[in-house]
Design a protein around this ligand. Structure first.
Ligand code: GRF
Length: 189
């Protein structure tokens, strides 16, 4: 049976597109749907429309509390028989409503070699520290920001100072590593 994954994205959506491409290329069998962006145009919303991926846009503002907002997401994940949730540039911190129901089945990608440089602007933090080996981590999501068990990591060697160039290198590695890690989790490797 095909696994069903949900992708939560609120950034540019490049990892979202890489995951969808992996599904479609048969790297591993899964069907996908996208949830998350408060604005349908954000978080890969445009890419989702282009790729024909089913999209659910949620705005926390439409709910009385974060718990209500997450409870709605949990019921939607159940309704859609989702097996794995992949965060891909999802900007909200998950709380216990979602985590208690889904811990162990939510993964994230982070642009550093965790546990170094957790939180926002990991690439900027690493550049400021002068590191010579950057990297990417796929990890389980827990209540501790970027603190869950590590699933996969890959190093990116860079000694220059061009942030754009480095970011592009890191993104290219993300787009390979995330689909590979998801494939392993789904037991299709
Ligand atoms: C990626 O760098 C990812 O590691 C981080 O957020 C960024 C999302 O980029 N969590 P995109 O929206 O997938 O292009």
């Amino acid at each position: 049976m095909r696994a069903r994954i949900a992708i939560f994205a609120s950034g540019d959506g490049s990892n979202f597109e890489a995951i969808v491409s992996a599904c479609r290329s048969g790297l591993w069998p899964a069907s996908e749907c996208l949830m998350g962006p408060a604005r349908p145009a954000a978080g890969g919303g445009a890419g989702a429309a282009r790729l024909g991926v089913e999209t659910f846009a949620f705005s926390a503002r439409d709910y009385a509390s974060k718990a209500d907002y997450e409870a709605r997401i949990v019921s939607l994940l159940d309704e859609r028989h989702i097996d794995l949730v992949c965060l891909a540039g999802y900007m909200r911190i998950l709380s216990s409503t979602l985590l208690d129901a889904w811990e162990g089945r939510i993964v994230n990608i982070h642009p550093s070699l965790l546990p170094a440089f957790r939180g926002a602007d990991a690439i900027g933090q690493a550049m400021a520290a002068g590191v010579k080996v950057y990297g990417v981590t796929v990890h389980f999501v827990t209540g501790e920001v970027d603190g869950g068990r590590i699933i996969a990591q890959r190093a990116v060697h860079y000694e220059g100072s061009d942030r754009e160039e480095l970011t592009a290198m890191i993104h290219a590695v993300e787009h390979e590593l995330y689909p590979e890690a998801i494939g392993r989790l789904l037991g299709n490797e």
